[in-house]
Ligand binder design. Structure first.
Ligand code: HAM
Length: 424
């Protein structure tokens, strides 16, 4: 027999887990609507060229790549940003800016599977395209804050950095873009020694070493230190100023701690400005991340267009909610099983079920033709709240038996009063 398990790193989501995912995606849609983002649905499969253009080696090497039957080199999307940038350079090219686009769905990376790291996982993704202003960066961080708050997560914090500061310094020191990319990939993995070894200039190595050490929960202090540290590096200094402006806007509107780290880098290669990630104390992995990418749309053949965005990892948010024991499902609706006592009563029973459903009451109709005892046993197992037992004698009097499966009490209820009974 073949081994019909899900493919390694991929999962089935059942029961409460599936419900949790729906809960999280509902909250993401709520956040999108609160911040004026419109949902777009793009394909899971894209041209490999598009997906690998600026994602960086880390993700490029982990893509599910294949040739389709028409000999096209394609891949499963490892994230949404490339697809959205494609939209911005094609279909939405002429649309008034800013574009505010929201997506949710599965993405694919050949990561080493472990808790919180899967090969198929879910993201909710937000892209704000067309503004280079600090308020656009602030909006993306604040909507992430909103999302965490709506979900009911506690003690989350932001880790923030700025790729523009690092790149400006490296550029001014004559380090080419390819080496910069390699340095940043290593810094993302916190392999600082290996990153420094790629830099030949002693002066530049010292500069970067110092930069990596600048970090604190007091972001104002870090911003101040960075202003002094970047003296003589004009572009880096401008970047520090812009970063401070974003953080002022953000700090006014959230109580979440902001940890500013000058040496913080992210695996994706397209970032040009502020970058951030969201953490809770109980988990070491990021619940979400994002940043500014001002050159991607131009690289894809569009007009130079600044952009900023983020994605939240739904699988990890689900773990975070579980870890913090968030109470997600306050069961508002009572559910009901409708059970005809005999075969010939199923027409009447189904009519009763439909009347209840039309009034918005969830009903499980007995479709297995079981005897009442068996059907009740099953309803108990699945934690159904009430059973409506449709019997000949009661029906003749225009009534049914209503059994409370928790208290085990039962009473005869006239059909005309049934809906009312559940509505109260
Ligand atoms: P990312 O940091 O690669 O950013 O992914 C965002 C989030 O997806 C992570 O913070 C994490 O929660 C989740 N995630 C990543 N890898 C896995 C995995 N193997 N298993 C489970 N969850 C995972 C991006 O994808 C960027 N496109 C975000 C962005 C949008 N930047 C600008 N616009």
């Amino acid at each position: 027999m073949p081994d019909f398990q899900p493919v390694r790193g991929m999962r089935d989501l059942l029961g409460e887990e599936a419900q949790t995912f729906t809960y999280i995606t509902d909250k993401a849609r709520e956040t999108a609507s609160l911040y004026g983002f419109k949902e777009v649905i793009t394909p899971h499969v894209e041209h490999l060229d598009l997906l690998s253009a600026k994602t960086g080696d880390e993700i490029r090497q982990r893509m599910f790549v294949f040739k389709d039957l028409g000999e096209r080199q394609v891949a499963l999307r490892p994230e949404f940003t490339a697809s959205i940038a494609r939209l911005a350079t094609t279909t939405l090219k002429k649309d008034p800016k800013p574009l505010r686009l929201f997506s949710v769905g599965t993405v694919y990376r050949y990561d080493e599977p472990q808790r919180g790291r899967y090969r198929e996982f879910w993201q909710s993704n937000f892209e704000l395209i067309g503004s280079s202003k600090p308020e656009a960066d602030a909006e993306i961080i604040l909507l992430s804050n909103n999302q965490m708050k709506l979900l009911g997560l506690k003690d989350y914090a932001f880790k923030i950095g700025h790729i523009g500061i690092i790149r400006s310094i490296l550029s001014q020191e004559g380090i080419d873009e390819k080496t910069q990319n390699a340095v940043l990939q290593l810094m993302d993995k916190k392999e600082y020694d290996a990153a420094l070894q790629l830099i030949a200039s002693e002066k530049c190595r010292k500069m970067l070493t110092g930069l990596i050490e600048i970090r604190s929960n007091d972001w104002q202090d870090v911003a101040k230190q960075l202003q002094d540290y970047t003296a003589g590096y004009e572009k880096a200094k401008d970047a520090v100023e812009k970063l401070s402006e974003v953080l002022e806007l953000v700090a006014e509107n959230t109580n979440a701690p902001i940890k500013l780290e000058a040496g913080f880098a992210r695996g994706l290669e397209y970032y040009t400005g502020i970058i951030f990630e969201i953490y809770i104390p109980q988990l070491e992995i990021a619940l979400g991340g994002g940043g500014r990418y001002d050159r991607l749309i131009e690289i894809f053949g569009g007009e130079p267009t600044p952009a900023v965005g983020c994605a939240h990892g739904i699988d990890r948010v689900a773990i975070a909610l579980q870890t913090q024991k968030a109470n997600l499902f306050s069961k508002a609706d009572k559910n009901v099983a409708v059970i005809p006592i005999a075969e010939n009563l199923k027409f009447e029973a189904l009519k009763i079920a439909q009347t209840l459903r039309n009034a918005g009451i969830p009903v499980e109709f007995e479709v297995m033709g079981r005897k009442m005892g068996k059907a009740l046993e099953d309803a108990d197992k699945r934690k159904v709240d009430f059973a409506i037992i449709v019997g000949e004698r009661e029906l003749k009097e225009g009534a049914v038996v209503l059994k409370d499966l928790t208290s085990r009490e039962q009473s005869t209820v006239p059909l005309g009063k049934l809906v009312e009974k559940f509505k109260n």
